[in-house]
Design a binder for this molecule. Structure first.
Ligand code: SF4
Ligand code: SF4
Length: 623
């Protein structure tokens, strides 16, 4: 479906939508006025849809510089009575947690939803932390959809609930919920555009200690109402599978789907308490459920968040039902679940043998497909140039901190230039620590979007603290890894207004860094020379390696019909394999020592032609 359908679909229309698309439609029907984000998978499609339809929908939307700023922008718009949302991936909430924790104290006037997408199994993340704990430490109420239909409904209802309590609500999804599709029947988009207004009231909006103490007391009072809301919530319900029995399952989120699939497939007799509003927990509802069972299994992905709470509740209430879950080793605290994992655990729980229904499948020999930088990716050229420059400078023990983006694939051979990584923007701070601790040459890599996100503060600190390393800003003019969203270095249009670009070189120079150069990595010799110069520089140096993302450039060239590819001249090729073993563009293949370029993959960047020592790589003659 097209993003416009999310806005233009009529009430009663049925659409087969992605969880992230369902969130947007629900938000629009719930009266969304304002949204902000920093892109992060698995939540990035929300921004992709909004960036296309926010204007015609009358919604203010922006890609902020990072999640902290996005949280501040959206929270303050909500304080001005606009129905607002901010969305991010789970690690984004680490960045945004500072304003988030206090936004729960100040509360909100317009409904304010904080959508956070967790990533069990780490499909596109550096860890698999469980966001539900943020609800516990912030006290923000939380909704947890288990599929796109619930995601749509909870967004619609969430604004009302948030506005009624004057509290921000967390909406916690996971990769599976964000990326599965379901049929959603659209309702009416009725919410008119609100005009934000700010009511001056420092005792409400300025948490200096004297006011913050009162705010905390008021928050506790709001939570009493939130608990009642959770007890009454239609998202917390009991479902019977099969006949009556003394067995019960408590579950939430995507795990609910696996529970239902497995329990039905196994023809189990079991009652299921499905929790959709998981903070505050509906303690009475849970206690009643526990009392109605003899044996209860808790099923949830990642940490035993529900299980711990249910065990504490049971002990406090003197409930005798046996409770089982992760703490008994029935489930892992790692990775996504599946119906098979559930079936196995249900068998263990009920003490019946686990039999796998096997389907005979002829063994397929599939070629390995390790993740690689795209053909024509300028990062490959930059890494190659740094390698050659280091070789020429006879530096063998350089250390390479890296950051989060496509270029993290520099970890793969033959580049092998990713030695240390913590989080978004960390490559600058970690370069400081490693270079000072070891005294070795440090070459650190960061993308353009990541530099703006949080690398720039590290660079200010590095300059101020007189650190000495080379920072390479891999500027491919986009936030490539999450789907080509803009960033502050790109001039674009935001909410119908021209948004100017921030100049990276001027910014770096304004910090005080003296050695700042820009290279085009497709010009390999000049790039190598500039890196050599930087490696000889004492102190801090910054090289901006600038070339548009190959995928974006490709698209443009195809539109204009400006297409060329390269081929290997088999007569002059010396079969040295430098192109394959040292440069390793995935368009290359080799049989024995003969080398070929796959025309369908070659993007015509021409960098391999500069790498080849015998100049045997040429523009394809028939083009
Ligand atoms: S680098 Fe050039 S000479 Fe060496 S194998 Fe590749 S095409 Fe042939
Ligand atoms: S020109 Fe060479 S390096 Fe560039 S995409 Fe084609 S094969 Fe790869």
């Amino acid at each position: 479906m097209k993003p416009r359908d999310i806005l233009e679909g009529k009430a009663g229309d049925k659409y087969f939508v992605l969880g992230n698309e369902a969130l947007v439609r629900g938000a629009l029907e719930g009266g969304l006025n304002f949204a902000a984000t920093y892109p992060g998978t698995p939540s990035s499609e929300i921004g992709d849809v909004l960036s296309e339809i926010a204007g015609p929908a009358g919604v203010s939307f922006e890609f902020s510089i990072n999640e902290k700023v996005a949280m501040e922008v959206a929270a303050s718009a909500a304080a001005c009575s606009l129905r607002s949302m901010v969305f991010m991936k789970h690690v984004g909430l680490n960045v945004a947690s500072d304003p988030f924790m206090t936004a729960v104290y100040t509360g909100t006037r317009g409904g304010f939803l904080v959508i956070v997408a967790d990533d069990p199994s780490m499909h596109s993340s550096q860890n698999e932390q469980d966001t539900r704990y943020f609800s516990e430490i912030s006290r923000a109420p939380m909704l947890e959809p288990s599929d796109p239909v619930e995601a749509y409904e909870m967004m619609k209802k969430g604004f009302e609930l948030s506005e009624a309590l004057e509290l921000p609500f967390l909406v916690r999804t996971t990769t599976r919920v964000a990326h599965i599709r379901s049929v959603v029947t659209f309702g009416e988009i009725t919410g008119g555009r609100r005009q934000g207004d700010f009511e001056k009231n420092p005792s409400r909006w300025v948490p200096v200690p004297a006011f913050a103490r009162t705010m905390h007391r008021e928050l506790q009072q709001k939570l009493v109402k939130a608990r009642e809301m959770s007890e009454q919530s239609p998202y917390n319900f009991v479902e019977q599978v099969g006949d009556k029995s003394p067995y019960g399952i408590i579950t939430s989120g995507c795990a609910y789907n696996y529970v239902m699939d497995a329990a039905r497939a196994m023809k189990m007799d079991v009652r299921v308490l499905k929790l959709g509003m998981t903070a505050p927990l509906p303690e009475k509802k849970i206690s009643d459920f526990l009392r109605s069972c003899e044996d209860v299994l808790i099923v949830e992905e990642l940490d035993p968040y529900l299980e711990n709470a249910v065990r504490v509740l049971s002990q406090r209430e003197g409930i005798t039902a046996r409770i089982r879950g992760k703490r008994d080793g029935l489930f892992s605290v790692m990775y996504e679940y599946s119906p098979d994992i559930l079936k196995k655990a249900l068998c263990e729980w009920r003490g019946v043998p686990y039999t796998v229904e096997c389907v005979e499948v002829e063994a397929l020999t599939l070629p390995p497909r390790p993740p690689v930088l795209c053909p024509g990716c300028s990062h490959r050229a930059t890494y190659h140039a740094v390698k050659v420059a280091l070789r020429k400078a006879k530096i063998k023990d350089a250390i390479f901190p890296t950051d989060i983006g496509c270029y993290t694939l520099g970890i793969m051979a033959p580049q092998s230039m990713a030695d240390y990584l913590l989080c978004m923007g960390s490559s600058v701070g970690t370069a400081c620590g490693i270079s000072r601790a070891t005294g070795k040459k440090v070459v650190s890599f960061i993308g353009d979007s990541t530099f703006f996100h949080s690398g720039v503060t590290g660079l200010i600190s590095a300059y101020h603290n007189a650190h000495s390393f080379l920072l390479v800003i891999l500027d491919n003019r986009t936030t490539a890894m999450t789907g080509h969203q803009p960033h502050p270095g790109i001039a674009c249009e935001v909410n119908g207004m021209k948004a100017p670009a921030v100049d990276i070189e001027k910014l770096v120079k304004a910090i005080g860094v003296e050695f700042v150069k820009v290279v085009d990595p497709y010009d390999l010799n000049a790039t190598v020379e500039t890196f050599q110069e930087a490696l000889g520089h004492e102190g801090l140096s910054v090289i901006v390696s600038r070339r548009e993302c190959a995928l974006v450039a490709d698209r443009e060239r195809r539109k204009k019909g400006e297409w060329k590819t390269f081929e290997v001249n088999q007569e002059t090729c010396s079969h040295c394999l430098v192109c394959v073993t040292q440069f390793a563009c995935p368009a290359f293949s080799s049989e024995e020592r003969n080398v070929f370029i796959n025309r369908a993959l070659c993007d015509g960047c021409g960098v391999c032609a500069q790498v080849c020592p015998t100049k045997s790589i040429e523009v394809r003659s028939n083009e």
